[in-house]
Each structure stands twice: as C-alpha cells, then as structure tokens.
Design a protein around this ligand. Structure first.
Ligand code: COA
Length: 237
C-alpha cells in the first residue's frame, strides 16, 4: 500500500510507493497549479516530509490535471494588492525558497515530470530538479513580458543555466511557447516522451537512481551543480 500525505491546504499531495519513490503533486488543477502562498507552504511541508524519510530514495515533482504549473499565482501574488506588505514579502520569500534553493540543494535525487503547461516560475522548480522529463505535448512559456514583468525571482538565472543565450533571449522576448520535444532538443529537459508513457519512463529512471548509494548520489549531484561555478584549481581540489 502506498503511504500518502496531504499537506494542510490540500494544494500538495505526496504518495510514497513500493519502489521508494515519493510522487509530489502540485494540486490546484482548477488554477493550473499556479503557485500561491498556500501552495508554497504546502510544498515546504511536503519536502520536509520526504527529505529525511529513509523510505524515500527519489522524489518526483509533477502537477495534477493538464498543467505542471502556470507559474506564480498572478492574482494572489501580483494583483491582490499593489503594496509589498510584510506578509506578502514573507510569502515571496517562502515561495522562492522551495522553488529554487530548497530543491537545488535537496538531499535526495529529484525528477520533474512535466505533464503539461509550464509557465514562468514553473521553470524554477523544473530546472532546480536534478532531472526533468516532459510529455511531448507539454507546453512551456516565458510569458512575463506580456504581463509587464521580467521573468524574475531567479527564473532567468535558471533559464540561462540550461538554454543557450540565443534561445533564452528568443523565448523571453517573444513569449512564444514551445513543446516538450523542443524543450528536450534545447536541453531544457533531459528528454520528452508521449504523455501516455511519461509516468512509466519517469519511474524507470527513478528506479535507476534509487539503486545508487545515497551518499555517493548526494556527492555527485552537488558536484555537478557546483563545479561549473569553480575554477579548474578549485574543482581539482
Ligand atoms: N495565476 C493565477 N491564476 C491562474 C494562472 C496564474 N498564473 N494561470 C491560470 N490561472 C487560472 C485562471 O485564472 C483560471 O481561473 P478561473 O477558472 O477562476 O477563471 C484557471 O486557472 C484556468 O485558466 P485557463 O486560462 O482557463 O486555462 P487553460 O487551460 O485554457 O490555459 C494556461 C492554461 C496555463 C495556458 C493559461 O491559464 C495561462 O496562460 N496562464 C497564465 C500563465 C502565465 O502567464 N504565467 C506566468 C505568470 S508570471
């Protein structure tokens, strides 16, 4: 029987299966899994729940319904009030924390399973995961320019870390969408497969990761993330 967990606000669910894979699902399908303050609080709870649980070897992030995530909740983060109140500032901080820092330095291997729409801040958690596999049918977009914003909060830093300069510029200033196959071709995700095969393919990869020594896995994934920012001498040390 899988072990299941629903976070306080029901915006995130977790299922830990017999293969020791924790499937974390962003669960606001009616809002295309837009990232609200409640979802961010739930995600922190979910990540806490799985990070130190020895029954969990690999974590998969995905979205309920047709979307991975439509990005930041435009109403709750940007439209509810023009003022950056202390509460709002704190909510931004919690939101940024799980999407980037927390996932980037997560102790267990992470895979983003991009099942559908992935917009704006959706890129953050997708790129912060160690691996990403998309449905061919998934649609990606950096639509911020259409909303009078730049892809902020480290979205561009993430995007520029996986796309070349020309592609990053093109998709940022045109807001044109691209599908899973194109995302794989540009290196935004590791691969894309037809949506019907997505979960099986992700499970296959997760089982390979689950078989590795946990300490060596952690050392390898942190090294891959940090080495590009080091000098040759530092990396050699
Ligand atoms: N923030 C808040 N609500 C959002 C949202 C977001 N980023 N994205 C979608 N929603 C809400 C819609 O307002 C709508 O709510 P309602 O039913 O209460 O009116 C609901 O989710 C469904 O959206 P809809 O546009 O009807 O779904 P769709 O399947 O036709 O299209 C998207 C899906 C993702 C293409 C479309 O919702 C979209 O373009 N969203 C904005 C994405 C974006 O620009 N993100 C960057 C944010 S900086």
């Amino acid at each position: 029987m899988p072990d299941t967990f629903v976070a306080d606000n029901k915006c995130v669910t977790v299922e830990i299966d017999a293969d020791q894979i924790a499937w974390i699902t962003l669960n606001r399908p009616e809002k295309r899994n837009a990232i609200s303050p409640s979802l961010s609080n739930d995600m922190q709870q979910a990540l806490d729940r799985v990070e130190h649980d020895e029954a969990v070897k690999v974590v998969v992030l995905t979205g309920a319904g047709d979307a991975y995530s439509a990005g930041m909740d435009l109403r709750e983060f940007f439209r509810a009030s023009d003022n950056l109140t202390p509460e709002k500032r704190a909510a931004f901080g919690r939101s940024s924390s799980w999407q980037w820092r927390r996932l980037r330095y997560f102790l267990k291997p992470t895979i983003c399973m991009v099942n559908g729409w992935c917009f704006g801040a959706g890129f953050n958690s997708m790129i912060a995961c160690d691996l990403a596999v998309a449905a061919d049918e998934a649609q990606f977009g950096l639509s911020e320019i259409n909303w009078g914003m730049i892809p902020a909060g480290n979205v561009l830093k993430n995007v520029c870390s996986v796309m070349n300069q020309r592609d990053a510029m093109y998709y940022t200033i045109t807001a044109e969408t691209f599908d899973g196959k194109k995302a794989a071709q540009m290196g935004v995700v590791n691969e894309s497969v037809p949506r019907a095969k997505l979960k099986d393919r992700v499970r296959e990869i997760a089982k390979v990761l689950a078989d590795k020594n946990v300490n060596t896995m952690r050392a390898c994934k942190f090294a891959v993330k940090r080495v590009p920012e080091m000098s040759w001498d530092d990396a050699d040390d």
